[in-house]
Design a binder for this molecule. Structure first.
Ligand code: ZN
Length: 271
């Protein structure tokens, strides 16, 4: 009787293992089919147009295409149609060999402003530095210069955002800020002081001015960025992300009077 029970248990275990194995096989086959269907879908010109896809190599080679690639990704994100590109295991393995990010984002540490998500980009696409109020220090400068010189990233975007706590603190200038926070907030003081005497919403103006000041800061940063920017080899622009609707708006003040570029310039439409 006992040996009969053992035999039955063994058969049951064997059957379960078989089902699991066949499920695994059919699961991976299914994934393969989905992947090949996706490959076809992603390479279709119609699909690429509908999803505002800009060729990645072109975006890496030309900062004007890079802006369009970021714009396309943000449009998908705003429309709730993110495609979450370049996040599969094969690509992660390939990227272990090296990276060529097509844009550098200087953003705020705020947990609601994650560059890869709001621009709907993947691994290896964006080189990112983040501090509160995107305030920059020597370490930030070195990081940005590294991306320019070593990685050959040609587009730098300073990305502020609405309702930024760091800028708000600079506008409200509370007394006795603890630790290093007072130094950080002091870096935003110029924008806050100018905004205080401007028409309109003081915080919104301070956020915009802070981005514009930071773009200027990088454009005048010796010895690397200033030269490459003035020679038209890199592009440094500013934008503000809206926490309410997810939209990134580029600041006109940072798009005018750009130095003569070494890249063919396509019209930057609808910025
Ligand atoms: Zn912020």
């Amino acid at each position: 009787m006992k040996s009969k029970s053992i035999a039955l248990v063994c058969i049951a275990i064997f059957a379960c293992a078989n089902v699991a194995f066949s499920q695994k096989i059919s699961g991976s086959k299914k994934q393969e089919i989905i992947r090949s269907k996706n490959d076809l879908k992603y390479s279709s010109p119609k699909w690429r147009k509908e999803n505002y896809i800009v060729n990645r190599d072109s975006a890496f080679a030309n900062p004007y295409y890079a802006i369009q690639k970021l714009q396309g990704g943000n449009r998908r994100f705003v429309e709730g149609r993110s495609i979450y590109p370049r996040q599969d295991a094969a690509l992660i393995k390939k990227l272990a060999e090296g990276q060529s990010p097509f844009a550098l984002i200087v953003g705020c540490s705020d947990s609601r402003v994650s560059a890869e998500i709001l621009f709907d980009q993947g691994f290896g696409d964006l080189f990112v530095t983040r501090t509160a109020g995107q305030v920059m220090t020597d370490a930030s400068y070195g990081t940005i210069e590294y991306a320019d010189l070593m990685l050959k990233t040609k587009l730098i975007v300073v990305l502020g955002h609405t309702n930024c706590g760091a800028v708000k603190a600079a506008v409200e200038h509370p007394d006795n800020l603890p630790g290093h926070i007072s130094q950080l907030i002091h870096s935003i003081k110029r924008a806050a002081d100018t905004a205080a005497v401007m028409k309109g919403n003081v915080l919104d103006n301070a956020i915009r001015l802070n981005v514009i000041n930071q773009v200027e800061e990088l454009r005048n940063l010796d010895p690397v960025l200033k030269k490459n920017y003035n020679d038209g080899k890199i592009l440094i622009i500013g934008a503000v992300y809206d926490l309410q609707n997810g939209k990134v708006s580029y600041l006109d003040e940072t798009l005018k009077n750009l130095p003569k570029s070494t890249y063919s310039q396509r019209k930057i439409a609808g910025l």
